[in-house]
Design a protein around this ligand. Structure first.
Ligand code: HAM
Length: 410
């Protein structure tokens, strides 16, 4: 019986695992530098956590959630995103007592999307959230953090920060009405898919990827013309600081993001090297969301990045499997060899042995894997109770007893 992976899922192995681990390593390093603490939440939650906050007319809620009833009929959903679970966990565990609460997490998300390059049904996200600060410095800081991470992982990829402001919830609600009216008056130029959204969620028309909609979207009213003076000032200050930080920005007046909880600053880091799935990181402010989920009325700002999309753009990482390889010339020297094997590992070296009992094969593998040293164990070594260590960069070799090998390696 041959069982294939489920559509939209994938296994990670070889170099992909090295890249994945590098992303997680850098995320933790940078989180520590910016003072964000890790939060790990369950993979499934009550469905209610997602329905209203993500927008009951959003694609994620309407078509993409993996939802099921468990045995006592509780409705459960595999998390499609991490912001709402992090807020739920912060409220459940009293993490909002000292503000701002700066938290991050990484893990698998699940969306039943149409799979393609960079878009999967199970994928991994990096997620950074700052709960409790109204200061626009929090927006700059979290974007700066994303920029530092991208530079570290993708130093040679051209990535642009798209940014917009949605104003506050009242502005947004007025704007939706204006937009509905505009699209209603211009129905003739819209795709069928977009016409369906005119009265339910006109914002979603703005991120339509349908060519038919492009021309009319260009002419549509822009949210930036409806936001308050104070919001406009904040937006200008944020853009100015980001430019000062050397971040390449593009003011994208149609950027509204695909989930309903956003207001004020929204942003996406995009590249033209990924085809249609071109957003690596997306996020923004979501004032009002924490209150909606039963917490205090405090603001929040954050972002999530797709690890698989980052990995597609990362260079291969040549990983040594071990610094030191072993060459055991005959099975009868096994017991002598195991002593150095165990000793070096206990002293924090990584050692590899290929079970071949053949010097030529062990030597060529050690060279191929970029090992630093080969330890040879044969007749002489057994008789003299020592080990021959060969430095692979210059071919020099020397026989030493077990303790002297440690000094030699230092
Ligand atoms: P999102 O835009 O839905 O935002 O997802 C963020 C990132 O996750 C995307 O930019 C992309 O890199 C990756 N991603 C999304 N769907 C897929 C998929 N099917 N396959 C592979 N990668 C994918 C959020 O999830 C928000 N919670 C972000 C946020 C955090 N906003 C504030 N805080």
């Amino acid at each position: 019986m041959k069982i294939n992976p489920v559509r939209g899922t994938h296994d990670l192995f070889g170099d992909e695992v090295n890249k994945f681990n590098k992303v997680i390593f850098e995320v933790r390093e940078i989180a520590q530098k910016f003072g964000f603490n890790e939060l790990i939440t369950p993979i499934f939650e009550s469905s209610d956590l997602f329905k209203k906050p993500l927008g009951d007319q959003s694609d994620v809620v309407l078509k993409e959630m993996y939802t099921f009833n468990d045995r006592n009929k509780d409705e459960i959903t595999l998390r499609p995103e991490y912001t709402t679970p992090m807020i739920r966990a912060a409220i459940s565990n009293g993490l909002l007592n000292n503000l701002p609460a700066k938290l991050f997490g990484t893990g698998q998300m699940f969306r039943r999307e149409r799979p393609q390059k960079g878009r999967y049904r199970q994928f991994n996200q990096i997620n950074f959230e700052n709960f409790g600060s109204n200061d626009y410095f929090a927006d700059i800081e979290i974007i700066c953090l994303a920029n530092v991470l991208i530079k570290k992982l993708l130093p040679d990829t051209k990535i642009t920060l798209h940014i917009n402001s949605l104003g506050d919830r009242e502005n947004l609600s007025d704007y939706k009405k204006i937009l509905s009216r505009f699209f209603n008056d211009n129905q003739k130029s819209l795709s069928k898919e977009s016409i369906d959204k005119i009265h339910t969620n006109p914002l979603r028309i703005l991120d339509s990827k349908n060519d038919e909609d492009n021309e009319i979207i260009k002419k549509s009213p822009k949210i930036i013309d409806f936001i308050s003076k104070a919001d406009l000032n904040n937006h200008e200050e944020i853009k100015k600081s980001l430019i000062d930080l050397g971040i390449s920005i593009f003011e994208d007046l149609n950027l509204v993001r695909g989930l309903d909880y956003y207001c004020h600053t929204v942003f996406e880091f995009k590249t033209n090297q990924l085809g249609s799935q071109d957003t690596i990181i997306g996020g923004g402010r979501y004032d009002g969301l924490i209150k909606m989920l039963g917490g205090k009325d405090i603001p929040g700002v954050g972002w999530a990045g797709g690890i698989e999309r980052i990995m597609i753009l990362m260079k291969n990482i040549i990983q040594k499997n071990s610094d030191i390889h072993l060459a055991i010339l005959d099975t009868s020297y096994k017991n002598h060899a195991i002593k150095i094997y165990d000793f070096l590992i206990q002293n924090n070296y990584s050692v590899y042995w290929n079970y071949k009992y053949n010097l030529k094969k062990s030597l060529s593998l050690a060279n191929e894997k970029n090992a630093d040293y080969l330890i040879i164990v044969g007749e002489n070594e057994k008789i003299n109770n020592n080990f021959t260590i060969k430095k692979l960069s210059n071919g020099e070799q020397i026989s030493l007893n077990i303790n002297d090998i440690l000094d030699y390696l230092k």
